[in-house]
Design a protein around this ligand. Structure first.
Ligand code: F6R
Length: 365
């Protein structure tokens, strides 16, 4: 039931404060992660892990890409991420003490399942799944499972599944990091930041009307570019995927630093450029990338916080996002991009909940 909402996708976007909260429920105190809540064997499985291999598809793969930044920064453990359909068909080297981590909303994605089955033969230390469907094949076949609490997701374009995956992955990262020297003060700082996320997402949802106005600029465009740096690069990838899927506008995401290595050649007044830019250490670098776009007549749409020093000018639209902790920023900054693609699709009159050629669960190769 869509209730008061016009589409399931919009309803699911608005459910995010609640389902992110539900995904944290029982897993955190005020200042730490309750490792036991991840499973009684979580402690023994996580101790001694020296490497993490993440496998997923589509949106879930983007969640894995964000998690890599967290795992390497907080746990100091090398982490590789790969799409399942590539990983399963190539020769790969399994390093000792590697945790095999799959991420899947449905738990039935054929390539992800096949990769897991292969991994079990290949000498991984343990298989952990982050999944949204209890009793799914992925859940049944993994050693340890962290359930997201997104509830059923009906819209084909994944929204709340992604932000709850990120929530679960950050909780997992903190548990893993504690085995690897993360100090309790830093853990408490991030746990507090995580507890703020539902409220911050709620604030972003209140920008809906302004984002809807911005969306008009995309209606008659055929191409768009999404930029981000660091952990915001996968957020840009996810924003571009959403726009492609439901509005059928070609959208490409690039790490902002790659602009001048090619894609800048495409930028003109017909190419809207979307940037996700929390006020982090990479802000100054990002600003010079934005200047490169502006100098070529590109129309810029920047999602940034008030401290960024970016302001509205000709061909630069700035949408102010609440100040967020750099670690949790990928969760919060995903939401305005979901709203943007939703409104573009509604304006274009596409079938938002059932985009052409796509299925909710890809159980065939
Ligand atoms: C995009 C989307 C897909 C899925 C992908 C993996 O909006 O929904 O890219 O993320 O098919 O599906 P799961 O997570 O069920 O393995």
């Amino acid at each position: 039931d869509k209730g008061e909402y016009r589409h399931f996708m919009l309803k699911e976007i608005h459910e995010q404060p609640r389902v992110i909260q539900a995904t944290m429920e029982g897993r955190l105190t005020d200042s730490r992660v309750l490792e036991q809540s991840l499973g009684t064997e979580a402690g023994s499985l996580l101790a001694g892990i020296r490497h993490v291999q993440i496998i997923a598809c589509g949106t879930s793969y983007h969640a894995g890409m964000v998690a890599r930044y967290w795992i390497e920064e907080l746990a100091g453990i090398p982490c590789s991420v790969e799409v399942a359909s590539e990983y399963r068909y190539r020769h790969h080297v399994v390093q000792p003490d590697t945790l095999f981590l799959t991420i899947s909303q449905s738990g039935e994605t054929a390539d992800t399942l096949a990769a897991l089955r292969q991994a079990k033969e290949a000498g991984f230390r343990a298989a952990l799944a982050v999944c949204n469907v209890p009793g799914s094949s992925l859940v049944r076949e993994s050693d340890l499972v962290i359930m997201t609490q997104a509830g059923p997701e009906i819209g084909v374009a994944s929204t709340k599944a992604f932000t709850t995956q990120l929530t679960a992955l950050l909780i997992f990262t903190l548990a893993l990091a504690r085995h690897n020297g993360l100090d309790s003060e830093k853990e408490a700082d991030i746990v507090r930041a995580l507890r703020e996320v539902p409220r911050q997402v709620d604030q972003v949802l209140s920008l809906d009307g302004r984002i809807e106005s911005l969306s008009r600029a995309f209606m008659d465009k055929s191409h768009s570019l999404f930029l981000g740096r660091g952990a915001m690069f996968p957020v840009a990838l996810e924003g571009a995927l959403k726009l492609k899927e439901i509005s059928y506008i070609h959208a490409e995401a690039y790490p902002a630093g790659e602009l001048k290595h090619g894609p800048l050649a495409l930028v003109d007044s017909e190419m809207p450029v979307v940037t996700v830019a929390p006020n982090n250490a990479l802000m100054e670098k990002l600003k010079s990338n934005l200047e490169e776009v502006r100098a070529r007549g590109g129309e810029l749409f920047v999602f940034a916080d008030g401290q960024s020093g970016l302001h509205e000018e000709d061909h630069v639209h700035v949408m102010s996002i609440p100040e967020v902790h750099p670690i949790t920023a990928p969760i919060v900054y995903t939401v305005p991009l979901q709203l943007l693609s939703y409104h573009v699709a509604v304006l274009k009159g596409t079938d938002v909940d059932q985009p052409r050629n796509l299925a909710k669960s890809v159980t065939v190769e």
